[in-house]
Design a binder for this molecule. Structure first.
Ligand code: 5AD
Ligand code: SF4
Length: 483
């Protein structure tokens, strides 16, 4: 990051902006600095920002890039959104309720903006990739300053500079891209762990899912860039990385020199000083024997696999375009459990997909009982305009879905409490992440299998990997003692 600052400082902003990125963005960062400086002199105080993230890990990682740019141009972080001068929402649109939350909060921001002449409001992320959303914003939310999507997040500094220059709403949305811009600023939330994008987009087109429409086609990052980024992170104190992609198991297919995800993991494993590797999300249809073998032999890959099943009914899976059957999924689970016996399995399940009968739902319950997940994210099907499922016949009545959802949740929670408790009295290696939220004599750490444990300790332990005896299971977490 130090070098990056030097590079940005050396840009000559009296000249035209460079055409190529990232240099062009360095130029605009320097330019935006001047604008922010002038505005803060006028305000008589430093200007502040607050980034709010909705949705998945991918968005969380993107938000670190937003923070990186905002800090580079001279804004200071403010955790209280009501007090910040620059408020940006990094949005999600996987389910309808995420959209409603954004509109609700925007209403409140309108009021705050009236009171603060230096205030700017930005919107970005998946929701902005939907044309009807942008139309609505243009019509009814004129007070928003900057709107951009998922493909051009790297242009954030340029868009801020443009907003300062034009005094008008700046909208820049791209339909798709094949561009990946490296070496941009980013500010990590945790000093000791980090998300690392390995690919963007999704080609699967599951029939309920909006992601392929808002995140575009699959693009893998160059392995050299990924390794270089992780090496830099490790030199900076990171011990755990989470490799991110909508479908990591199809990593590398579109590279000039194709490479499998398992091969990438093998390369990452070799990085000295890196202790733990996680990844997310795996599509069952692409999970290879090669990957299972690599997981089995790895010292660094965590004993946790998130393997979304979505439904246990082969009939529904077909309508979802998941391209596996119930039996194939269960076989895959057996294979993984045989190779890595202490693996923790988690999943995503959708209830109430169009046409789901009680029998279909019972198939899902059956998978839950057979696999015995450590935990499962359960979702009520949400109709996303533009997806094939939105126009399927036989949408399920709300009361039926709610009843199934409650039954599923109870099953998932009962099993998960049983599965989690099997580690009682064992000693596990734990990465200490934070001081406990409720009791500051305790710290909270994460085991390889992703479970949390709370134990006596202080701030000096944060970022360290220590041995902890799990003395008591509290359902979804443990109380323990450091050894
Ligand atoms: N309705 C409900 N849940 C959905 N998901 C994706 N699209 C929808 C939808 N339209 C869930 C899937 C996915 C997770 C990230 O969100 O289970 O794995
Ligand atoms: Fe959506 Fe399916 Fe892609 Fe996951 S794999 S992002 S559920 S289309």
């Amino acid at each position: 990051m130090k070098d990056l600052k030097k590079y940005i400082d050396s840009m000559d902003i009296t000249k035209e902006a460079p055409i190529t990125d990232p240099e062009r963005q360095y130029y605009y960062i320097k330019k935006a600095r001047e604008y922010v400086k002038a505005a803060s002199i006028e305000a008589g105080r430093p200007l502040t920002f607050c980034v709010t993230t909705f949705g998945c890990q991918m968005n969380a990682r993107d938000s670190e890039k937003l923070v990186g740019v905002l800090e580079q141009i001279g804004y200071q972080e403010e955790v209280d959104e009501d007090k910040a001068d620059f408020v940006i929402y990094n949005t999600c649109t996987v389910r309808e309720n995420a959209n409603m939350r954004v509109y609700g909060r925007l209403g409140q921001l309108k009021h705050a903006k009236k009171m603060n002449p230096h205030m700017m409001i930005g919107l970005c992320g998946c929701m902005m990739q939907e044309p009807h959303v942008v139309e609505k914003l243009k019509k009814s939310y004129r007070f928003v300053d900057i709107i951009f999507g998922t493909h051009n997040i790297y242009k954030f500094a340029e868009l801020i500079a443009t907003r300062y220059e034009s005094q008008r709403m700046v909208i820049d949305i791209w339909k798709d891209t094949d561009k990946i811009v490296e070496d941009l600023p980013s500010e990590r939330k945790f000093s000791f762990k980090s998300g690392v994008n390995i690919m963007f987009g999704c080609n699967n087109f599951c029939s309920y899912c909006i992601v392929p429409y808002v995140r575009g086609r699959e693009r893998s990052r160059n392995p050299k860039d990924i390794i270089r980024e992780i090496e830099t992170l490790v030199a900076d104190g990171v011990v755990e990385v989470m490799l991110l992609g909508q479908n990591v198991n199809s990593y590398g297919k579109n590279l000039e020199e194709p490479m499998t995800f398992a091969q990438l993991l093998t390369e990452i494993e070799k990085i000295d000083g890196l202790e733990r590797i996680r990844f997310m999300t795996s599509h069952p249809k692409d999970l290879s024997d090669e990957l299972i073998e690599v997981m089995k032999n790895s010292k660094k890959i965590c004993k946790h696999l998130h393997l979304p099943v979505q439904s246990g009914s082969t009939e529904i899976l077909k309508k979802m375009n998941r391209r596996y059957t119930k039996e194939q999924y269960l076989e895959l689970v057996d294979k993984i459990k045989a190779a890595v016996p202490d693996i923790s399995l988690t999943t995503d399940i959708i209830v109430g997909f169009p046409g789901e009968t009680e029998e279909d739902f019972l198939e899902t319950m059956d998978v839950v009982k057979k696999v015995r997940y450590d935990s499962a994210f359960t979702f009520i099907y949400s109709k996303r305009t533009g997806t094939p499922a939105a126009i399927m016949e036989n949408q399920i009545p709300e009361a039926v879905v709610k009843d199934r959802f409650d039954r599923l949740l109870k099953e998932v929670q009962d099993i998960s409490a049983e599965v989690c408790s099997v580690h009682e009295e064992t000693v596990q290696s734990v990465l200490v992440e934070s001081i406990n939220d409720h009791d500051d004599t305790l710290v909270t750490g994460r085991m390889s299998n992703n479970l949390l444990v709370h134990f006596k300790g202080d701030e000096s332990l944060i970022g360290k990997i220590v041995d902890v005896k799990l003395s008591e299971c509290k359902g979804f977490y443990y109380l323990g003692e450091m050894q």
